[in-house]
Design a protein around this ligand. Structure first.
Ligand code: SF4
Ligand code: SF4
Length: 470
């Protein structure tokens, strides 16, 4: 049972309506949230400064000459924390994504949608960058509403044009930032400094993303979170009553009643001032209970705290808390569910750590040519013919050497004098393995080979050698 059911005024009919749509006309409700101010907002401002600094700075950080992070989808090259992931290691990329997903599930189960309000680029750019620009150009919510209703006079034309120009500029900068994660800052600099015709495709990509970002932040806005984002829609299954969410303390707040000066207050602490609704960027009333549209932006906490301070009531009527704690004063952060997620996450991280630590720089497959037989040489040795594929799993060029480790023998390549591989490159070819008869005990012998770069062994692999029956 939802704990809100326990208060007599509770009515779940609000769930039949979507705040962003007008029930009568079916048209979109455009929100003009009041400018948020307060302790939580200040914390978010500082966190945003930190986060944007990290986001802008990361593409410039290099490890061994390559970026710390790169997501080059077009060339299928990924670098995560300096670890290059080429086509041979997509499974590793998949494992990382699964670990990340389980981490998000665990984090959400315990701490709710903290990610949405504090770290999601959509909310950060929308509420802390574009919305602030809007407040500067058009004023606070009432001025924005008035401007929306006003005819297209000089003031409206100037303000709206200025807004479009600034929004477009910021969208262009964000598109460049995004591209720096796709292609790296060096290539981005070449796109910026060299003639456009030499990088036409990527330049068109920047233009396309500029328009997408502009559309998103100028028009789509809250609907990116409430309609498009799959994470938001998963909240119903990820959250439980022990999850910490932004919650209204209905036990303390109900019954609501306007404040009447000079009259002793017998109602709850909510004075029905609607400040928490006025500041909400997704247009909901948090007093109805936890809702899918709430992005945990904390604006309603600040708005209500400011009111509580003015009317001399304790702060925290809206706060970070769990439904169970509000209903009964009891809440558990560690539950069977969170323990199960933590166990799965730990197992994934151990597997990931092991896979990364034991990962070789090259990957070789060597198979006997189908249908071929062994060759008995005049000097008494035996030869087998193989085809091989050698992949370079690093992002830099290497000139590796292939050697036989066991038993004693020699390699003779057919047609390729040396092995050279570009970053993430591959060579293939044919090779004879020749082994003296004295080294062969059975018809089938396992041959151990290795790939070296100078004295450094990059990889060990095996293949099967066939010899005549003694
Ligand atoms: S309910 Fe509060 S925290 Fe949730 S989106 Fe609205 S203002 Fe932000
Ligand atoms: S801001 Fe606080 S007091 Fe005002 S309506 Fe919202 S919950 Fe009630």
């Amino acid at each position: 049972m939802n704990p809100l059911d326990t208060h007599p005024d509770f009515d779940e009919s609000f769930r039949d309506n979507f705040a962003a749509v007008d029930n009568t006309t079916g048209k979109r409700n455009w929100f003009f949230p009041q400018k948020p101010t307060g302790k939580w907002h200040n914390r978010r401002v500082w966190f945003t400064i930190f986060q944007l600094s990290v986001m802008i700075g990361l593409p410039f950080i290099k490890v061994n000459g390559q970026p710390l992070f790169l997501f080059n989808i077009l060339e299928r090259k990924f670098i995560i924390f300096g670890l290059f992931i080429g086509p041979q290691d997509y499974w590793l990329f998949g494992l990382m994504m699964i670990s990340f997903f389980v981490f998000i599930v665990l984090f959400t189960t315990v701490f709710g949608r903290v990610w949405c309000g504090w770290a999601c680029p959509q909310t950060v750019f929308m509420e802390m960058v574009f919305r602030k620009i809007e407040y500067v150009i058009e004023g606070d919510w009432k001025a924005q509403r008035a401007l929306e209703k006003a005819p297209w006079n000089n003031e409206k034309i100037v303000k709206r044009t200025l807004k479009v120009v600034v929004f477009m500029t910021v969208s262009f900068l964000i598109a460049n930032l995004l591209l720096s994660y796709f292609v790296g800052v060096d290539r981005l600099w070449r796109i910026v400094s060299e003639p456009i015709t030499e990088h036409l495709t990527l330049f068109l990509g920047i233009c396309a993303f500029t328009l997408i970002f502009f559309f998103n932040f100028a028009w789509l806005r809250d609907q990116a979170c409430t309609v498009v984002c799959p994470y938001g829609r998963l909240q119903g299954v990820l959250l439980d009553k022990n999850s910490v969410v932004i919650a209204y303390d209905y036990k303390r707040g109900e019954p609501r009643e306007k404040l009447h000066k000079g009259k002793e207050r017998t109602a709850g602490d909510c004075i029905n001032c609607f400040q928490c609704v006025n500041v909400c960027p997704t247009g909901i009333d948090i007093r109805n209970g936890t809702q899918m549209e709430c992005v945990n932006c904390t604006a309603c906490i600040d708005a209500c705290d400011n009111i509580m301070e003015k009317v001399n009531l304790p702060k925290g009527l809206i706060r970070f808390d769990s439904e169970n704690n509000i209903a009964s004063g009891k809440s558990k952060l560690i539950t069977t569910r969170t323990i199960a997620y933590a166990v799965v996450l730990t197992a994934l991280w151990v597997a990931l750590g092991y896979a990364i630590l034991t990962r070789d720089d090259t990957e070789t497959t060597m198979l006997r040519v189908p249908g071929s037989r062994y060759i008995e040489n005049p000097d008494g040795s035996i030869s087998n013919l193989y085809t091989f594929k050698l992949f370079n799993k690093t992002n830099h060029a290497i000139n590796p050497e292939m050697r036989i480790l066991f038993p004693k023998g020699s390699l003779k390549f057919a047609g390729i004098p040396s092995l050279h591989l570009d970053g993430a490159g591959m060579v293939e070819g044919s090779v004879f393995i020749t082994i003296p008869k004295t080294e062969i005990a059975n018809r089938r012998t396992e041959v151990k080979l290795a790939i070296y770069a100078g004295s450094e062994k990059l990889e060990e692999f095996k293949t099967t050698f066939i010899a005549p029956e003694e």
